[in-house]
Design a binder for this molecule. Structure first.
Ligand code: COA
Length: 164
């Protein structure tokens, strides 16, 4: 095991995790990477409404990522409206970056959710996220663009796909 690596475990999201997720999604650098973020990451009411929606939607598989027993982030698979398969998404708290945690969390969720094809989208501002998906076997299949709240302008994005 790489010296940077810590034990990574996925478990269902608990309401007590939301305070940590909220803090993690406040980080400006993380927002700039993700690009397609909420309109106002400091709006706790909007954040809570979002999580209430996703946690009550049984078509979405949400998991909390534990790293060395700490809440390091979250990962989910949800239905993508404009693609022929669901999409994976993830967010890791900055203090945990660069230790293979996103990669191992996605790998573990891929075992739990065997649906293929499975997609991932990464803004062009997010090469680290492209790398995470590529390490998990996803291949670049297209491009798109959309308005990115974090940048206040249209940003291009890469679409990656994992086939059976
Ligand atoms: C993107 C993110 C998920 C990566 O999490 P992580 O746990 O640090 O990812 P990992 O350590 O598993 O892998 C990161 C890979 O990207 C690479 N990387 C990091 N910065 C990079 C860059 N600027 N260009 C290219 N590759 C980069 C790392 O070297 C590593 O690859 P390696 O293992 O081959 O060395 C994390 O930074 C994050 O949550 N950011 C904010 C939210 C976000 O962007 N979510 C994804 C939305 S699509």
């Amino acid at each position: 095991m790489d010296a940077r690596e810590v034990e990574v475990i996925l478990r269902p999201v608990e309401l007590g995790d939301l305070d940590v997720f909220f803090d993690q999604q406040l980080d400006p650098e993380a927002n700039a990477m993700a690009a397609f973020t909420s309109a106002d990451p400091t709006d706790r009411e909007a954040f809570d409404n979002h999580w209430q929606r996703v946690l009550s939607d049984n078509t979405i598989t949400n998991r909390t990522i534990l790293a060395a027993d700490h809440v390091a982030g979250h990962v989910a698979v949800y239905k993508a409206d404009d693609l022929d398969g669901p999409e994976v998404t993830y967010w890791i708290g900055k203090r945990w970056w660069g230790r293979g945690i996103a990669t191992r969390a996605v790998e573990q969720l891929l075992v739990k959710v065997p649906t293929r094809p499975l997609y991932g989208r990464c803004a062009e501002t997010n090469p680290a996220s492209v790398r995470v998906l590529q390490k998990c076997g996803f291949r670049m299949v297209g491009e798109d663009e959309g308005f990115a709240n974090a940048h206040g302008k249209v940003v291009r994005e890469n679409i990656l796909r994992l086939d059976g």
